[in-house]
Design a protein around this ligand. Structure first.
Ligand SMILES: Cc1cc2nc3c(=O)[nH]c(=O)nc-3n(C[C@H](O)[C@H](O)[C@H](O)COP(=O)(O)OP(=O)(O)OC[C@H]3O[C@@H](n4cnc5c(N)ncnc54)[C@H](O)[C@@H]3O)c2cc1C
Length: 276
């Protein structure tokens, strides 16, 4: 197993209960070149311990002697760090309590070994967004990860082009990277960060921001209000990342306003990455 776990956890940041930022560095090998928006594969063996926060191990993952196997569990994770950072990759991960891998990733601490796939893949990038377009980045939860990479590395502050981040979470404390996004907003007047929470009744301090789901913000015209102009397909591209329900809801709304989802055969103004 020692040869399979080819990377090491360098940082573990607890964002909120069930939300972590993990930095993973290759152990004696070099990261390949990659671009913002892409994902890497993390893995741990079935024998790795699960965090106490998660559901217990389902019984069918043990062998006849009741031992968990060394079979590697692998899953895709969008990279939140910038490609310029050659020594580690940063991931923003939510705990799926009943899941196979995330309960094991949540048990990791700095110095622990982990599997990191040597291939970095994915088509979700700014490559298909022609220059001169406004950009609306819509995400739920950890669907913010690829946008953090894009914002940290590729986006410039243009006076006449807007970038809007619409981010949905259950609670205000689940809004990861909030300080960094607010700082970006302070430095760039055409960058707009609009978080929305869906469980305002559970807030400890009264939440004065938007409530509901990201789709509601689109319906309420929040993007238009932020940009000062109506987002139209001839001048705006929309990226969608995270919960498939949100992505389907947004594609339907955007379709009614003339936006089309890009495919390999036909370019469009909507680009989506579903997490499950
Ligand atoms: C291209 C790509 C990039 C991804 N990037 C990220 C990322 O940056 N951060 C991240 O946390 N996850 C990301 N995921 C999801 C990730 O690959 C795993 O599916 C997730 O971590 C659950 O793994 P698991 O083994 O614990 O759960 P599994 O045992 O595989 O259970 C899967 C079930 O968990 C639920 N689920 C999966 N992902 C989530 C989620 N993010 N939030 C809530 N419920 C979920 C769904 O119901 C799904 O059917 C990405 C997926 C893809 C395809």
């Amino acid at each position: 197993m020692a040869t399979t776990l080819n990377a090491v956890v360098t940082h573990r940041i607890e964002v909120a209960s069930g939300l972590i930022i993990l930095r993973v560095a290759p152990d004696d090998w070099e990261l390949p070149a990659w671009e913002s928006g892409q994902f890497a594969v993390l893995g741990l063996p079935e024998s790795a311990p699960r965090t106490m926060l998660s559901d217990p191990e389902p019984e069918n993952t043990t062998d006849s002697k009741g031992q968990a196997s060394d079979k590697l569990i692998r899953r895709a994770y969008s990279i939140a760090s910038t490609p310029e950072e050659a020594t580690y990759l940063e991931f923003y991960i939510t705990l799926v309590h009943s899941g196979a891998l995330t309960p094991r990733l949540f048990a990791l601490k700095p110095g622990d070994p982990v599997f990191l796939g040597k291939k970095i893949s994915g088509m979700f990038s700014l490559d298909d967004v022609p220059e001169g377009n406004n950009l609306v980045l819509v995400g739920t939860g950890t669907g913010l990860a690829p946008y953090m990479s894009m914002l940290r590395s590729e986006l410039e502050c243009h006076l006449d082009l807007h970038t809007v981040v619409l981010l949905g979470a259950r609670h205000s404390w689940d809004l990861g990277y909030r300080g960094e996004l607010i700082a970006m907003q302070r430095y760039c007047q055409t960058f707009h960060y609009i978080p929305v929470i869906s469980r305002p009744e559970q807030e400890i301090l009264k939440w004065s921001g938007q409530t509901g789901y990201v789709q509601d913000l689109w319906d309420r015209g929040l993007v238009e209000m932020a940009m000062g102009i109506k987002p139209r397909p001839d001048s705006t591209h929309v990226l969608l990342c995270g919960n498939p329900g949100m992505i389907e809801g947004m594609i339907e709304r955007l379709g009614q306003e003339g936006f089309a989802e890009g495919t390999r055969q036909k370019p469009g103004q909507v680009h989506a990455e579903k997490y499950w």
